[in-house]
Design a protein around this ligand. Sequence first.
Ligand SMILES: C[S@@+](CC[C@H](N)C(=O)[O-])C[C@H]1O[C@@H](n2cnc3c(N)ncnc32)[C@H](O)[C@@H]1O
Length: 248
Amino acid sequence: MPGQISDIDRMPRGGPDASCVDRLLETDRPEYLDREDVDPAVKRSVIAALDWTGRVFGNHDQFARIVLDEVADVPDPRILELGAGHGALSATLLAQHPTARLTVTDIAPESVAAMTAGDLGHHPRAQVRTMDATAIDAADGEFALAVFALSFHHLPPALAAKVLAEGTRVADKLLIIDLPRPPSALHLLRLATMLPLAPFIPFVHDGVISSLRCYSPSAMRALAAHAGVTVDVRTGLMSPQITVATRR
Ligand SMILES: C[S@@+](CC[C@H](N)C(=O)[O-])C[C@H]1O[C@@H](n2cnc3c(N)ncnc32)[C@H](O)[C@@H]1O
C-alpha cells in the first residue's frame, strides 16, 4: 500500500520521502519531560514555560478555537485531552463552552497531581486522570473528540501509530496539534536560533529536541496508513500542524 512501510519505527520523522538533509535533522535523544532520571523541578519548569508561552502568545486560545470548531455540531460534547501537561487548554475549553465535559489526562503523575490540586480538579464538568495515549482506558466511541496538543512528537513511530488507533477508537475524531516540520533550510535556521540557549534553559533544550522529532505531513499519512485510520493534515510554516484522524 502506498505510504506504508514494513518497519514503521525506521521511518524518518520527515516521512518515507524525506530528503537526505531532512533525515539528518532528527534525534533519538529524549526531552527532559520524557526522562525518569531528571529532577522533577526541571520538568515542572518546562511545563510552566509551556503554560506561560501559551498564555503570552495565545496558543491556549488558538488551540481551543481549533477544538471548538471540530465539535461545533456536537451538543454537550465529551472531550478527552491527552498529554494535557498544565491543563490550560482544557481550562480554556471549559470557560468557552458552557456544556462541554472534559476528561483531562497525562501520563506524568506529577502533572496529573498538579492539575488535580488546581481549579480543574474541582471543576464540575472536568475529571482529571492519569492516562497513556497509546493505551487509552476508555470505551469505544466514549468521546466526541480526543485532542493531543504539542505531544505527539514525543512518541516514536510505532507508539505514535498506536495513539492514532487508540484516539480514533475512543473518540469520533482525534485532533493532533503539533509543531510543523519546516523545509530543511528553515529547519536549520530554527535550530540555530535555539541551540545556543539549549544547554542553559530546559524549555529550549526540549524545544530543540521537539523540533528534531516533529513529524511531517507525509510521515503523518504513513503513520495513519500503518494504524488503519484516515487523516487530514493541515500545515504551515508559522502555524501549528493540525491533523484530524478518523476511523475508516
Ligand atoms: C510538551 S508537553 C505538552 C503539554 C500541553 N499539551 C501543551 O500543549 O502545552 C507534552 C506532554 O505529553 C505528555 N506525554 C508524553 N507521552 C505521553 C503518553 N504516552 N501519553 C500521554 N501523555 C504523554 C507529557 O507528560 C507532557 O505533559
